[in-house]
Design a protein around this ligand. Structure first.
Ligand SMILES: Nc1ncnc2c1ncn2[C@@H]1O[C@H](COP(=O)(O)OP(=O)(O)O)[C@@H](O)[C@H]1O
Ligand SMILES: [Mg+2]
Length: 602
């Protein structure tokens, strides 16, 4: 039934595909509810048609036949059927809205689930707020679409058919004449639908840009004010909102154009019926009651016919929403592997880079420019080195050299283009990504904290950590003092990404989280860069304790952190340019290391 629908109302095969997919995912799931709603809609359609039919006996028996009993009986009938109609309409509304709300919840969960499974690279190609705003707009659009389809297809179409039945019953010839007008209207409307489609996509994109601008301004308000960027941002937002308004108006204009079109056609039809029907009553002795009933049916048919005719125009907008949702759902999930290899429970993990080459290139549709293709020269080229199990290896080198990328590769956020990364001799390709990451604790270059309390944030690292373990970790990271000084202590709720904390405090929480994780492999990306010398020294003490007996890869600039490492690997321009102990490297005075060393020592 719905395939014939989609063929009729949705011209492009692509649209039919999206619709079919949505329908098959949702109609089956809500079958019981839809059946109930459809029964309600059928009753409503039947009552509407019946009330047109009733005009026959009303005119004939009451106005001409002067039958008072019949008048009372008919008026009683009308009360009853309208009561039923009211109740059934209520039921149907509630059912449809419930389906819609549940659908929104399910699409949201599904999208979130899918987002969590996507490559880190996908998110690098998107603005987070734009993505989120687009998804939210689109989910609502999808809900409206299915409900519009059901309402349109079932209520309006069935009502129309029933009313047409009454019309044919009352007068076959006049009914046939009316049907010459119908197809004309449909053709015009198809043209409108095509235009709505294009504008609807632009509308969603502009709205998500508006959301992005607002979020950026509120997030970066300090910089906005410091650089007195207010006017520039205002102009930018004004342009965007004006554009969005313009698109919405365009859609409104096109959609509204369908009304006068239908109105005019209906006017012609009714005029024709009055003239021709009147002529037949007067000249041919045709029953006036039949004419009244026919005209009532015709007038009542106007609303559903109009809605049905506009359905495609309205649906185009939702169709755009649906397609954009599936564009995200269809992004293949992470290059993470489900290999059978596991890191041995007692292993500390000997990490080896074997001639690894990698470049950030990826192909994702970011919904704004369509396909965005990032093709960049290698960031890591022919890199070989070992992070020995149970030891500390430091990565040093100028910024942009590829150090953070190395840490990302070890966590399998990306797969190397060539060469291999092995842990205990097993290539990462063959290790289950989840098990791999479970063996790692990571402190990112920019501390990331989540909505919730400090305690919750620390516990994300290991859900079964006890409160005592959490506080112990915070103590080691020199975070306990400032946490205890907060009004709610460990239950203090964090602002957006910990906005109510200082950079150093955020970094200490991020270190505490890694301590809670208690994993054999430790990856520290400039973990102490935001700390002053004194707290750095204290945190470093804690980290030294933590590093003992673990495989640690530490990226740092400070001499104090680097000099105690078992091995130092100097990375520049995506290559390993030197490696050895602090003492060995110092002797080679011409290297990058010597330069770095001078800088940090001075
Ligand atoms: N997500 C990304 N997409 C594209 N290029 C990136 C991405 N992240 C980093 N780069 C590029 O890779 C190079 C190495 O960056 P990174 O590993 O962060 O260096 P480091 O940590 O040594 O400062 C830089 O030139 C940077 O511009
Ligand atoms: Mg970095």
């Amino acid at each position: 039934m719905f395939s014939s629908f989609s063929k009729f109302f949705l011209k492009s095969p692509d649209d039919a595909g999206v619709f079919q997919r949505m329908a098959s995912e949702n109609f089956k799931r809500y079958r019981a509810e839809y059946v109930q709603a459809i029964v309600c809609l059928l009753i409503i359609a039947g009552i509407t048609a019946y009330s047109a039919w009733l005009m026959g006996p009303i005119v004939k028996d009451v106005f001409y036949g002067n039958d008072l009993n019949q008048a009372l009986w008919l008026s009683g009938t009308v009360i009853v059927i309208f009561l039923i109609k009211g109740f059934v309409t209520y039921r149907q509304n509630v059912i449809m809205q419930r389906i819609g709300n549940n659908m929104v919840a399910r699409y949201q969960r599904r999208l979130f689930d899918h987002l969590l499974n996507l490559d880190v690279g996908f998110f690098a190609s998107q603005h987070s707020v734009a993505l989120v705003s687009r998804l939210n707009q689109n989910v609502l659009g999808v809900r409206d679409m299915l409900n519009n389809v059901v309402l349109g297809y079932v209520r309006d179409l069935i009502t129309l058919i029933a009313l047409i039945g009454v019309m044919f019953y009352r007068d076959v010839y006049m009914s046939l004449a009316i049907f010459i007008i119908g197809p004309l209207a449909l053709m015009t409307l198809a043209g409108y639908a095509r235009r709505v489609k294009k504008i609807a996509r632009e509308e969603v994109q502009i709205n998500s840009q508006v959301a992005t601008s607002m979020q950026e301004a509120s997030h970066g308000i300090a910089v906005v004010k410091a650089f007195t960027m207010e006017d520039q941002l205002r102009v930018k937002l004004n342009t965007l909102t004006a554009e969005a308004e313009n698109r919405s108006n365009k859609i409104a204009r096109i959609t509204a154009r369908t009304s006068p079109l239908m109105e005019t056609l209906a006017g012609f039809a009714i005029a024709a019926v009055i003239a021709y029907g009147g002529y037949r009553v007067i000249e041919n002795g045709y029953e006036p009651s039949d004419l009244t009933s026919f005209m009532t049916a015709l007038l009542l048919a106007y609303e559903p016919a109009k809605k049905l005719a506009r359905l495609r125009v309205v649906l185009e907008r939702s169709m755009v929403n649906a397609r954009m949702i599936y564009e995200v759902l269809d992004v293949p999930i992470a290059s993470g592997t489900k290999g059978s290899g596991e890191i041995k429970p007692d292993s500390l993990g000997n990490i080896e880079f074997k001639d690894v080459t990698f470049s950030y290139s990826g192909k994702y549709s970011n919904g704004e420019t369509g396909e965005s293709v990032l093709k960049a020269p290698p960031v890591i080229s022919g890199m070989s080195f070992t992070v020995e199990a149970g030891r500390t290896t430091a990565l040093v080198g100028p910024s942009g050299g590829g150090k953070s990328t190395i840490v990302a590769l070890i966590q399998r956020f990306y797969a190397p283009e060539s060469g291999a990364i092995e842990i205990d001799g097993i290539s990462l390709e063959n290790i289950d990504t989840f098990s791999l990451r479970n063996n790692m604790a990571y402190v990112s270059q920019n501390p990331i904290l989540f909505q919730g309390s400090i305690r919750e944030n620390l516990r994300y690292a290991r859900p079964d950590a006890t409160d005592i373990e959490i506080e112990q970790a915070a103590k080691s990271a020199q975070a306990n003092d400032f946490i205890s000084a907060l009004p709610d202590g460990y239950d203090t709720l964090l602002g957006e990404n910990g906005a109510n904390l200082s950079g150093g405090q955020r970094q200490r929480l991020s270190i505490a989280r890694a301590i809670v994780r208690d994993a054999p492999i430790l990856l520290l990306d400039e973990a102490t860069s935001a700390l002053d010398n004194e707290s750095e020294a204290q945190v470093q003490n804690a980290l030294d304790g933590l590093m003992k007996g673990r495989t640690t890869l530490v990226i740092a600039h400070r001499l104090s952190t680097i000099s105690s490492a078992d091995k130092i690997v100097v990375v520049d321009g995506g290559k390993v340019v030197d490696q050895g102990t602090h003492k060995q490297l110092l002797k080679r005075t011409k290297g990058v290391y010597a330069r770095l060393n001078n800088v940090s020592a001075g």
